[in-house]
Each structure stands twice: as structure tokens, then as C-alpha cells.
Design a protein around this ligand. Structure first.
Ligand code: DAH
Length: 339
């Protein structure tokens, strides 16, 4: 039995010494110290050893177990350490490598223009509202006095979803929603996307507008003009000049179109403003009393004005963008130039 123990010690230590990975090491632990292991078998056989030898064999067996355990734990530490070093080597970070630079995002030119205009409106006491992009024929047309035979109602010009539901063709339905739900006096502005079946270098099926509506007692054209002037000054500076042209919209009476100093040539005249020194600011007018009544507002007590600037054209002109599609393509090469 002594020889057997010495054999186990010799072979065991040798095998443990030669092991190269953690899995094989665990197999050796089982082979010698496990329930079915070699040393365990010997210790179980102690009862058959002659009593006078039992002490000596017993202490030898303990010594062998200790030595094997020590060899196992030393090897375990060695292998774990080697693995750690290998992992560290793999994950090495070169802290001297020059940085690749942080790429910063920027707001889209439409968003920037929107934010600027909304800020001005809020400073002037407007409440910003949002109304649906998918509208009924009633809100988009009927309640705005757009007659049944108006070309905008044509399936070819508007993007219909069903016979009576369509993508809003302008933000003007926001006027109706506001008049139906708010108690006058109020001032609202509604920025948003609008949709038309149009597609060329200056028209996109999706574009952006605002709708502004002021309802109060005794408001008229002079209030409208002074507010618009104040907005233009805040937007373009105090030297801005304005001019009014007559226009027609079914929901305002009278309707006007307002031009402001061309922001490219600053009034000198250029190809964009066709030499006039002015470019279109927006259309609007005094709210047609019929519209007020349809939405439940007493037109004898209240009056109002409304206007609806398009945003894309202004952004295109001020940034010299030749094609409206650039605003919607999310092409980073373009957007980076707009920062
Ligand atoms: N909704 C009109 C359009 O898309 C613009 C407009 C005109 C809005 C007159 C108004 C307004 O609020 O009063 O062309």
C-alpha cells in the first residue's frame, strides 16, 4: 500500500505539472481526490491494513493528499494568472493613440427655423398647439369654406386615404380645431408637416407650414399688420421692409399676401426675388365671419386674423438650397453643410 501511495504521489504531481488548461486540471482533481478517485480508494481500504501499519500508512496517505492538493491549487493559480494575462493582452488599449474626434449632431435647418419662429410667437403671447396630420374633409376643407369644386379637393392634388379622409394639405385645419375647443380671446400657432401631390425642384409631397390665429374683440387689419411687422423685425431685423398685395383665400376676407425684404440681396434685387427686392413672407387675412360661426364663435362679438407661412421656401432661400428634396433626404453630406 505504501508503494501504491508513493506511485500516486509521483504520477499525480507529474501529471498536474504537465497540465495546460483549467478543464484538464479539474479532471485530474477528480481522478485523484474525487469520490471515485485513486486516493479516495486507498483511504477506503485502510480498514484492511494491519493495525501496526495503519498509523504509518495513514499519515503517508494524508501527506500524499496534501501534496496533491497543494500541487492542484498552485497549478490552478498559475493557469488562472496566465489566462488573465492573455485576456489583458487581447483587450489592450493604446492610450497614446490620437483621438478620432467627436462627431457632433446639429439641428435640421427646418427645425432651427421652426424653433426660432416658435420662440418669437411664444414671446408674443401665442400658445403652440399640434393638430392631426391625417384630417377629415370637413376640417381640411369644408369648415374652412373651401368649396366642393375647389381644385385642392381633387384626388389628383390632395393625398386621400379614403373618400373623406386625407393627409392635411395645409395647417389651416388647426384654426378650426382651436376655434372649436378654445374660448376666445386666444392666440395660437401650429407648426407642422403638410402633404400635397406635388413633386418638382421647388415642390415636395411633404412640406412645412405654420398656422397662426388670433381671435379677440375688435381686432382688424391694423392689428394684423402691426403684429406681422413685429414678427418680421424679430426674425429679420429692424430694417426689414414690407409690402401687401391683395390675395384670395376662402377662409379670410379680405385676404392679403405679405412680402418682406429679400433676405438674399437685402432689398437690392437679385435673381431669387426677380429684381424686386422682396420675397413672399406669407398669406393671411381677416378670418371670414362664416368660419367663426361654423366653429361656434359669435362673429358679432369676436373677430380675428390668421396667417400661414410656408417654411421650406424661406429655409431654401436663406441657405441657397437649389432643390427642396435636399431638406427631406437625410443625406449627411448635405446636412453637414447646413450646420
Ligand atoms: N393655408 C394656406 C395655404 O396653404 C395659407 C393660409 C392663407 C393660411 C391664409 C391662413 C390664411 O391662415 O389665413 O396656402
Amino acid at each position: 500500500m505504501k508503494e501504491q501511495l508513493e506511485e500516486i504521489l509521483k504520477n499525480g504531481v507529474q501529471e498536474i505539472e504537465n497540465v495546460q488548461d483549467l478543464k484538464a486540471l479539474d479532471e485530474l482533481r477528480l481522478k485523484y481526490l474525487g469520490k471515485a478517485g485513486a486516493l479516495t480508494a486507498i483511504l477506503r481500504g485502510m480498514k484492511d491494513v494491519k493495525p501496526e501499519e495503519r498509523r504509518e500508512v495513514g499519515s503517508l496517505a494524508n501527506l500524499v493528499r496534501e501534496k496533491i492538493e497543494t500541487a492542484l491549487s498552485e497549478k490552478l493559480a498559475e493557469l488562472e494568472n496566465a489566462k488573465l494575462l492573455a485576456d489583458m493582452e487581447k483587450e489592450k488599449v493604446d492610450i497614446t493613440e490620437p483621438s478620432r474626434g467627436i462627431k457632433r449632431g446639429a439641428l435640421h435647418p427646418i427645425t432651427r427655423f421652426n424653433n426660432k419662429f416658435m420662440e418669437i410667437c411664444v414671446e408674443m403671447g401665442f400658445t403652440v398647439i399640434q393638430t392631426p396630420e391625417i384630417e377629415t374633409d370637413y376640417y381640411n376643407f369644408e369648415a374652412l369654406n373651401v368649396p366642393k369644386n375647389h381644385p385642392a379637393r381633387d384626388m389628383q392634388d390632395s393625398l386621400y386615404i379614403t373618400d373623406t379622409i386625407l393627409m392635411r394639405t395645409h395647417t389651416s385645419p388647426a384654426q378650426v380645431h382651436a376655434m372649436e375647443t378654445l374660448k376666445p380671446p386666444f392666440k395660437i400657432v401650429c407648426p407642422g408637416r403638410v402633404y400635397r401631390n406635388d413633386d418638382d425642384s421647388s415642390h415636395s409631397p411633404i412640406f412645412n407650414q405654420f398656422e397662426a390665429l388670433v381671435i379677440d374683440e375688435n381686432v382688424g387689419l391694423k392689428d394684423f399688420m402691426s403684429m406681422v411687422r413685429e414678427m418680421a423685425v424679430r426674425l429679420y431685423g429692424k430694417d426689414v421692409k414690407m409690402r401687401i398685395r391683395p390675395a384670395f383665400f376662402p377662409f379670410t376676407e379680405p385676404s392679403i399676401e405679405i412680402d418682406a425684404t429679400c433676405q438674399i440681396c437685402h432689398g437690392k434685387g437679385c435673381s431669387l426675388c426677380k429684381g424686386t427686392g422682396f420675397s413672399e413672407f406669407f398669406g393671411g387675412g381677416i378670418v371670414n365671419p362664416k368660419i367663426l360661426e361654423m366653429s361656434g364663435i359669435d362673429s358679432k362679438k369676436y373677430s380675428g386674423f390668421a396667417f400661414g407661412p410656408g417654411i421650406d421656401r424661406s429655409v431654401m432661400v436663406t441657405n441657397k438650397i437649389p432643390n427642396i428634396k435636399y431638406l427631406f433626404r437625410n443625406d449627411l453630406r448635405f446636412l453637414k453643410q447646413m450646420r
